[in-house]
Structures are given as structure tokens and as C-alpha cells.
Design a protein around this ligand. Structure first.
Ligand code: SAM
Length: 270
């Protein structure tokens, strides 16, 4: 992971929420919120909450007496999340690094994290922090993307950009969001952090869009791939996006498009 692989700011929050969230995050937000609600938690901490797709999905499912603290490393992502959420006295927003959580020991009965762990430079430290703030017997529920080959549009865009920039292919998607998918590694990291009883389920969903242009714009302009493309040559963002859109159209057609996405969903007990 590069240092720049964690800087979600500038135009990223808005483009991320508008393009990426409906494309690949919503189906997993519905899944993780359903799993979280079935644990009937009373004190929830969400880490790496981004623009709040899980927060929006889970809040209506929590009991009226529950508390829900929503955090992210990048304040601009959290500001965007808060701007989309109706006022709710159960919710509190706080900037926080997953590896140094500003909370007391045993403060929560559920720690929740959707597609954040791949961005933590030291995952065992982050998992130890999750364990520390959980009550004994509490749950850590999170998901991570499977390999890029199992996530078709991400793979297609990465391959198209490798042809567009043959001397220096931008590899953000393979390196970071799709760079932590080995289930035995995930289990052993959790065990090293003190969790017992780790359950992992691999879940496929469909990514759908009204045209092949939308996934091209989403990946090239709504993720940190944007910074990597812009760092290569001034003015190439639009041309690179067009090239990726043409490659997607060639493979998936020019009308509505759909392709497989796949992730691992992990439940660990403190
Ligand atoms: C792919 S986004 C996922 C956001 C959200 N959970 C969702 O499902 O849309 C990854 C998030 O991880 C956050 N992040 C990166 N490094 C982090 C860290 N060390 N601690 C907490 N959050 C971090 C980023 O700011 C970003 O919002």
C-alpha cells in the first residue's frame, strides 16, 4: 500500500458516494446491516465509515435505545456521510484512525467495518484496537473484497489502464482494495489480535449500471485511482476514463451492464 492510498479528500467523497456506492457498496451494505441488526447490539462503533452507506442502512434497524458512533480517518468522508443522514440522537460522528481508536476499553458490543481493513497499514494493530474497545463476547463484523479477478469491472478497468499507460500501469485497485483477500491470512491476523471464533463467508453479488461509461467513471474518478491517473500526465484523466469505458463497452455491450463482484464477510468474537 502506498502512503497516498488513504487520502480520500478533494472531489473523491462526492464522486465516491455518487458513483461507487450504488455500483458496488450498496448490496454489501444491505448484507452487513442485516447481519449487524440480527446481533441486536446496544452500543455500535463503525470504523472507516466513508460516506455512510452502512450508517444509512443500519440506523433504522437499531433499537431506539441504541448508540451508534460513526468514525473514519478522513474528515471529508465523514462530513459527507453526516450531510446525508437525517438528525438522530443515537448517532455520534468522530474522526478516528482504526489503529488508534479514541475510545475506552469495553465500550461497545459491536464494531463494524465495511471495506476498510484493506486500507489499514497495520491490520493486526487495528484488530487489537477493535478487540480492546469491545466488551468480552462482543462482535467484530467486517468485509473485504475478494481478489480483483473475482470483481469483473475492477479487473477490466485495471487491464484497460495497463494498455493505456503501458510503461507505468496504475495498480491502485489490485494493490489496495483487492490486495487483502487471503482468508487464512485474515483468520491468522484476527487470532494474532486476540479474537477467537472467526467465521468467514464468501459472498458474490452483481454490480449493475445503466451504461458501461458509469463503471469507468466510478473507478477512474471516484476512487484513489483518480490520483494515480492524474499523477501520470496532466489532462489524461478524461482520456483514460474514455479508454476504460470503451473497453467495458467492447466486453459488456453499450446498454445496461452487469457483472460479478465478490467479497468475504467476517464475524469474529472478542
Ligand atoms: C473503500 S472506503 C469504504 C467506506 C465505507 N465503509 C463504504 O462502505 O462505502 C475506505 C474508507 O477507509 C477509510 N480509511 C482509510 N484508512 C483508514 C484508517 N487508518 N482508519 C480509519 N479509516 C480509514 C477511508 O477514509 C475510506 O473512507
Amino acid at each position: 500500500m502506498l502512503e497516498t492510498d488513504k487520502v480520500f479528500s478533494g472531489s473523491i467523497p462526492e464522486n465516491y458516494d455518487r458513483h461507487m456506492v450504488p455500483l458496488i457498496f450498496e448490496p454489501y451494505a444491505a448484507d452487513i446491516a442485516r447481519r449487524a441488526a440480527s446481533l441486536t447490539p446496544s452500543a455500535v462503533l463503525e470504523i472507516a465509515a466513508g460516506t455512510g452507506v452502512v450508517t444509512r442502512t443500519l440506523t433504522p434497524k437499531l433499537s431506539p435505545a441504541a448508540s451508534y458512533v460513526v468514525t473514519d480517518l478522513n474528515q471529508p468522508m465523514l462530513d459527507y456521510a453526516a450531510s446525508r443522514q437525517p438528525p438522530d440522537s443515537r448517532l455520534a460522528w468522530r474522526q478516528a484512525d482504526a489503529m488508534a481508536l479514541p475510545f475506552e476499553n469495553a465500550a461497545f458490543d459491536l464494531v463494524l467495518c465495511q471495506f476498510g481493513a484493506m486500507f489499514f497499514p497495520d491490520r493486526i494493530s487495528a484488530y487489537r484496537e477493535a478487540k480492546r474497545v469491545l466488551k468480552p463476547g462482543g462482535h467484530f463484523l467486517f468485509n473485504v473484497w475478494d481478489s480483483i479477478e473475482e470483481n469483473i469491472f475492477a479487473d477490466d478497468v485495471t487491464k484497460a489502464l495497463a494498455r493505456f499507460f503501458p510503461n507505468d500501469p496504475p495498480r491502485f485497485l489490485a494493490r489496495t482494495p483487492h490486495g487483502y483477500h487471503d482468508v487464512s491470512q485474515i483468520s491468522s491476523d484476527l487470532e494474532n489480535a486476540g479474537f477467537s471464533d472467526v467465521e468467514i463467508e464468501t459472498r458474490a453479488e452483481q454490480s449493475r449500471a445503466p451504461s458501461p461509461r458509469l463503471p469507468a467513471v466510478a473507478y477512474c474518478q471516484g476512487t484513489l485511482l483518480r490520483n494515480e491517473i492524474e499523477a501520470r500526465e496532466a489532462g489524461t484523466l478524461q482520456a483514460a476514463t474514455d479508454y476504460a469505458a470503451a473497453a467495458l463497452a467492447e466486453r459488456h455491450g453499450s446498454g445496461e451492464v452487469a457483472a460479478k463482484i465478490q467479497a468475504h464477510v467476517i464475524l469474529a468474537t472478542a
